[in-house]
Write a protein that binds this ligand. Sequence first.
Ligand code: SF4
Ligand code: SF4
Ligand code: SF4
Length: 252
Amino acid sequence: MTQYAFFFDQSRCTNCHACAIACKDWNYGEVIKSSYVKWLRMMQWEKGVFPEVEMHTLFATCYHCEKPVCVDACPNHALVKEDKFGAVLLDEDLCRGSRQCWIACPYGAPQYEDNAPGTPMTKCTMCYEKIVAGELPICVAACPQRALDFGPIEEMKERYGDCRALEDMPVADIAEPAIIFKPRTTKQKHVVYDAARVVEVMAARADTGLPAVYDDSTDVTGVFDGLVGYDKLVMKAASVEENLARSKNEEG
Ligand code: SF4
Ligand code: SF4
Ligand code: SF4
């Protein structure tokens, strides 16, 4: 079997969602386009406090794993790993919505239109029709930042190394995802930020009659409740509503 794989460069990604929109536009058709279903979820989560804030992003789809735990978990044999590209594909006629694939998948890749038990699953197809025709998956082709790539896994490894999990993701050996990651580069500090100095400068405003904005350096660096929209990576959300909220809603 030949295994194909994605590549995702976390530093290049600006979380513009062009890939997610392209996936919806190409694959879903009018019926699913405005639903909760998101085969490709662009995740973002913020870490640290000002001025050391880091925004993390993640291309989260089915990674067509080398060890696809979802395939074995399905009691209805609705999932298969095909030979030509190593794509994990769903036979929609066999799916009974038992959600065993979702329970097994570390990445929350199987998608549901509704929370009701028995709702059939749908998922990323690796853009099978396109790759058979020798084209790239539409998400990869759509990325304006060149943050994505796709090809035989050995080629991807040769080009980009063999990192299979980014910080905060589940460990790779559960399913051995067919994706290579390039983690974000560490932020460079060209000018050292001094929160105490900010308070001093603000205090000097009193001479001009302007009110002080900050009284204490923690006012400058503190993170207040409700300020951070995406505070952690959640790949397996508890409901379709949370799944949508965690990965932003392109329709909203
Ligand atoms: S299109 Fe590229 S830059 Fe934009 S969100 Fe997707 S991977 Fe990131
Ligand atoms: S990402 Fe999840 S659904 Fe996709 S092949 Fe891996 S285990 Fe299966
Ligand atoms: S490979 Fe195709 S189906 Fe899968 S996330 Fe990319 S665009 Fe969507």
